[in-house]
Write a protein that binds this ligand. Structure first.
Ligand code: NAD
Length: 485
């Protein structure tokens, strides 16, 4: 690699059993920079044979040194990976910005989050305890938390570092050996992370990385009989394929499939506090966030003011190349721009309250789109129900608390929700009523908080990652009943 090339490793290789090797087919795929449409590099086009080799290498690690390590030793390695990620944070941020198109500051925040996952899980490794259970006379009964074995991780392109941290980080912490299939659109930081993990002393085979196309490498991973748990983040249709394939091997899955997350703004809300969260939760990462807040439900008494102030904020959003570090970068690809543009066309009957602006010098080949705020949107409109995965938010007016809950709960999804109100009773009441895996009160944490269990209900998926729940999810409970008389 040349001195000006920010990629400090050979991106065309897979990591299998501690060795960097090309795909067995010898084939590669292009990675495209969404800021200008240019080719970044080639990556391996891994296939079933590479996945099979990776699963075997992972199983060998489970049967070898990695499988014999104590929780303390594993925790130290994961913590050391986190420390190295901090050392590499600026370089990781450049890779993520180039690959995903997210502004440099957001990409750096993702690198810090990756480090934070490693710190949190690493520190928790030896603090996941079993129970002793009172039982019949003459028995001692206790539980053990054991790894599943070989875990498969299928990661999307929107937050590669964060999702690798929360999923692979937790799996390794609990002593599993992981096979990671990053997204074909963006996988530089997955490869960089693997290099960093090896540098930190992770034993060969504990982490294996096979880039490739979903229908090839991804499908091979989910169907492989040597996989004992699958963690998937991505779209609902692919999640269904993954769960179906896993069911054939009776393998547990964690699915994180996105959402249509609402923020409920009541007349008594502190609007100064709410405004930045209302807008940012829709525009962060150009709206390509599973926990993006794409629906803003506002009570009539403050509706006009919220609409006016959000419109002002939208008009000030500038969109441009990731390296210019503006408020918003391009979407991940021309294909994603087409998908989101299709949704915008569906909103032709709606009122646009405001749009941001793509800077004039943004390359025509980049996947740029103006962020758009729609006003007065009926709760049952397609734009108010379907996940768009782009910089589009809808404002929905409501009159009563009951109506707000009904609209909030009316989609197929249930990932995150927030309540903006000073009324403590209402906060508690609605926190229970809202269909969501996470409810924020007077704040909103899109993808934030490594300590906070995260996951959805309904079509947002099932299973929990982050926090100690992730460590429980990436382990299985064994009950030992000893009779000693
Ligand atoms: P996707 O679900 O197709 O891809 C996500 C991951 O799954 C990628 O690594 C992909 O290679 C892999 N994959 C694809 N087909 C597979 C298969 N048959 N078996 C196993 N793995 C497979 O998502 P996408 O095509 O990148 O994006 C399409 C839509 O998905 C977006 O518009 C958005 O709505 C949604 N999405 C959601 C999230 C999220 O965080 N919840 C992330 C990315 C995309």
């Amino acid at each position: 690699m040349s001195e000006t090339n920010p990629i400090w490793f050979d991106p065309t290789l897979c990591l299998i059993g501690g060795k960097w090797v090309p795909a067995q087919s010898g084939e590669t795929l292009p990675l495209v920079n969404p800021s200008d449409g240019s080719a970044i590099c080639q990556i391996a086009r891994g296939g079933a044979a590479d996945i099979d080799a990776a699963v075997q290498a992972a199983q060998a690690a489970m049967d070898g040194d990695w499988g014999r390590m104590t929780a303390l030793e594993r925790g130290r390695i994961i913590t050391r990976i986190g420390q190295l990620v901090l050392d590499y944070a600026d370089r990781l941020a450049v890779l993520e910005a180039m690959d995903v198109g997210k502004p440099l500051t957001q990409a750096r925040a993702d690198a810090i989050a990756l480090a934070r996952y490693c710190e949190f899980y690493g520190g928790a490794a030896d603090k996941v305890h079993g129970q002793t259970i009172p039982f019949m006379e003459g028995y001692t009964v206790y539980t053990l938390r054991e790894p599943h074995g070989v875990t498969g991780h299928i990661v999307p392109w929107n937050y590669p570092m964060q999702i690798i941290g929360r999923s692979v980080g937790a799996a390794l912490t609990m002593g599993n050996a992981a096979v990671l299939k990053p997204a074909e659109e963006a996988c530089l930081t997955a490869l960089a992370f693997a290099h960093i993990a090896m540098e930190a002393g992770l034993p060969a085979g504990a982490l294996n990385v096979v880039p490739g196309i979903g229908a090839e490498a991804g499908a091979a991973l989910t169907a492989h009989p040597g996989i004992h748990h699958i963690s998937f983040t991505g779209s609902v249709p692919t999640g269904i394929l993954v769960q179906t394939a896993a069911a054939k091997n009776v393998v547990p899955v964690t699915l994180e499939l996105g959402g249509k997350s609402p923020q409920l703004v009541f007349d008594d809300a502190d609007l100064d506090a709410a405004l930045p969260f209302l807008v940012n939760a829709g525009c962060q990462n150009a709206g390509q966030t599973c926990s993006a807040s794409s629906r803003i439900l506002v009570q009539r008494g403050v509706y006009d003011e919220v609409k006016r102030r959000m419109a002002e904020a939208y008009a000030a959003i500038t969109v441009g190349p990731a390296m210019e570090d503006l408020r918003m970068g391009p979407l991940i690809s021309a294909r994603q721009k087409e998908i989101v543009s299709g949704f915008l066309a569906k909103g032709a009957d709606l009122t646009i309250a405001a749009q941001g602006e793509v800077v004039g010098h943004a390359p025509a080949e980049g996947a740029y789109l103006c962020p758009t705020l729609f006003a007065d949107v009926p709760g049952d409109h397609a734009l108010a129900r379907d996940e768009i995965f782009g910089p589009v938010q809808v404002l929905i007016p409501f009159d009563t608390e009951e109506e707000a809950v009904q609209i909030a709960n009316s989609t197929d999804y249930g990932l995150v929700a927030s309540i903006w109100s000073r009324d403590g009773s209402r906060q508690m009441r609605l926190a229970k009523k809202l269909h969501a895996g996470q409810v924020f009160i007077n704040n909103y944490g899109a993808a934030g908080g490594v300590e906070l269990p995260f996951g959805g209900v309904g079509k947002s998926g099932h299973g929990r990652e982050k926090g100690f729940e992730a460590l429980y999810g990436f382990s299985q409970l064994k009950t030992v009943a000893a009779y000693h008389g």
